[in-house]
Design a protein around this ligand. Structure first.
Ligand code: NAD
Ligand code: G6P
Ligand code: MN
Length: 446
């Protein structure tokens, strides 16, 4: 496959904890996805430099012909680019911590992408991601942006409404991660050994079918397992897991989420909506997931990057490329070379779920072509799922309207409508606290 056109990639949010994994995955895939240039862009020069210095060493050791630049200058970053792989966190972990702790003060779940925390994060992310799109269109108008930046549901709605013609595709790695677990439960080597049918919103969906490549129905076996163990895998049951306890709780809790809709398999994030109270009860309001990540993944990635730079070699690194990285590389390859791979993406419904709002951003399987995704028809969905999705999509649309119009009223309605929030009074208390701490990031609300 040496005649494939070599690509130029920009990682936006170069200082992300996920950047080294993506670079390692790109290096692992050079035969099917050749690269001539990699650039990093971030608005925090110091943070990005730590990651960039280590990644530059990885590139030198494995593919010295790839040109590498790390910059905070948009023109240098976005010029001569084929793909922008975006994963920014506007406000960084310091603001994530506030998103999670403020709702908990009022007995409401504190989560990165769900409930009031996700709404607050959305109000920060929209402007950041739109700015990236505008740079891309100014300096590399033919490029595609593949966006992981959260909250992906709200970001996707904002880009649909405010940049309708832009070449941006919003993605999530949660279904992929769960599908790897399903493969383990089935005793298969990889999730690519089966084909899945799935519908919903981002962090809010269900698998309806899983077939192997011979067309055999694998659902009965997975359902039987999930009914008893959630998405905890057989080997985790036997030997324990390296995963943090909070994630293991999420995989186990999928059992309770599944019980409500036993004909389909749920996304783990539904626990925040369907068992909000249980989640509040186990939360520590003084030490949330943001603290866990700052003490865990962030420390580990950054100290390893510093070590690589100091020793001037990455040959012994414990950093890993995982399914998060493989998904975005698969997507870029599919667009670059028109592979027509089938992948789950967040796209405008346009009738794919035929009894649901045609302008909603839904997560459904698509065939990936060089011209972008071709969504597959998912048909009619049941009343329970449809009702939940209608409420949640209204929340997401209200947030984007609130951002665009600077509307306090609409943001209050959005928080009130979230299934995680008990009533309008609590919604307003949370909103007023969130406004206070987000002054630097949110548009002014009137
Ligand atoms: P991180 O804080 O380590 O990295 C984010 C980087 O973005 C930081 O270096 C920060 O300086 C930079 N940044 C912030 N605002 C910016 C702006 N306006 N312009 C340029 N750079 C900016 O965060 P992380 O935990 O590595 O996650 C990165 C992002 O990826 C988050 O949004 C996270 O939610 C998202 N993510 C999404 C999925 C998914 O399923 N969609 C999966 C994993 C991570
Ligand atoms: C899952 C979700 C992402 C989320 C990520 C990291 O993969 O799909 O949207 O950002 O988990 O969560 P964490 O709490 O580990 O930062
Ligand atoms: Mn996600």
């Amino acid at each position: 496959m040496t005649n494939l056109k070599a690509q130029s990639i920009l990682v936006a949010g170069g200082g992300s904890t996920f950047t080294p994994g993506i670079i390692m995955m790109l290096l692992d895939n050079l035969d099917s996805f050749p690269i001539r240039q990699i650039k990093f862009y971030d608005n925090d020069e110091e943070r990005q430099k730590i990651v960039a210095d280590a990644c530059e060493i990885m590139l030198k050791e494995n593919a010295p012909d790839i040109k590498f630049v790390a910059t905070t200058d948009p023109e240098i970053a976005f010029s001569d680019i084929d793909f922008v792989m975006a994963h920014i966190r506007v406000g960084k972990y310091a603001m994530r911590e506030k998103d999670e702790k403020i709702p908990l003060k009022y007995g409401v779940i504190g989560q990165e992408t769900c409930g009031p925390g996700g709404i607050a994060y959305g109000m920060r992310s929209i402007g950041g991601v739109l700015e990236l799109i505008d740079y891309m269109e100014q300096y590399s108008p033919d490029a595609w942006m593949l966006n992981y930046s959260n909250p992906a549901a709200i970001v996707a709605e904002a880009t649909r409404k405010l940049r309708p013609d832009s070449k941006i595709i919003n993605i999530c790695d949660m279904p992929v991660g769960i599908e790897y677990r399903m493969a383990e439960i089935l005793g298969l080597k990889t999730r690519k050994d089966f084909v899945a049918r799935y519908y919903g919103l981002n962090h809010f969906g269900w698998w309806t079918d899983i077939w192997d490549h011979e067309g055999n129905d694998l659902m009965p076996k997975i359902r039987e397992w999930v009914a008893e163990h959630g998405y905890v895998t057989p080997s985790e049951l036997e030997n324990g897991s390296e995963q943090e306890e909070s994630w293991m709780h999420t995989y186990a809790k999928a059992k309770d989420v599944y019980a409500l809709t036993p004909d389909v398999l749920p996304n783990t994030y539904l626990k925040y909506y369907l068992y909000s109270q249980d989640e509040v009860e186990i939360a520590n309001p003084d030490y949330t997931r943001a603290n866990e990540v700052m003490d865990g993944r962030e420390k580990q990635v950054f100290s390893e990057c510093v070590r690589i730079s100091k020793e001037n070699t990455a040959s012994m690194t414990n950093l890993e490329a995982d399914d998060h990285a493989s998904y975005i590389v698969d997507l870029a390859r599919a667009i670059a070379y028109n592979t027509r791979e089938r992948m789950l993406l967040i796209v405008e419904n346009k009738g794919a779920i035929n009894n649901f709002d045609s302008t909603a951003m839904v997560e459904i399987p698509c065939i990936i072509t060089s011209n972008g995704p071709e969504p597959l028809v998912m048909g009619e969905i049941p009343r329970f799922q449809k009702g939940l999705m209608e409420q949640q999509v209204a929340v997401e649309k209200l947030v984007v309207e609130a951002w665009a119009e600077g509307s306090y009223q609409k943001l209050w309605q959005a928080i009130t409508m979230s299934k995680t929030v008990p009533n309008a009074r609590v919604a307003q208390q949370i909103l007023d606290d969130l406004i206070e701490v987000n002054k630097e990031y949110w548009p002014e609300l009137n």
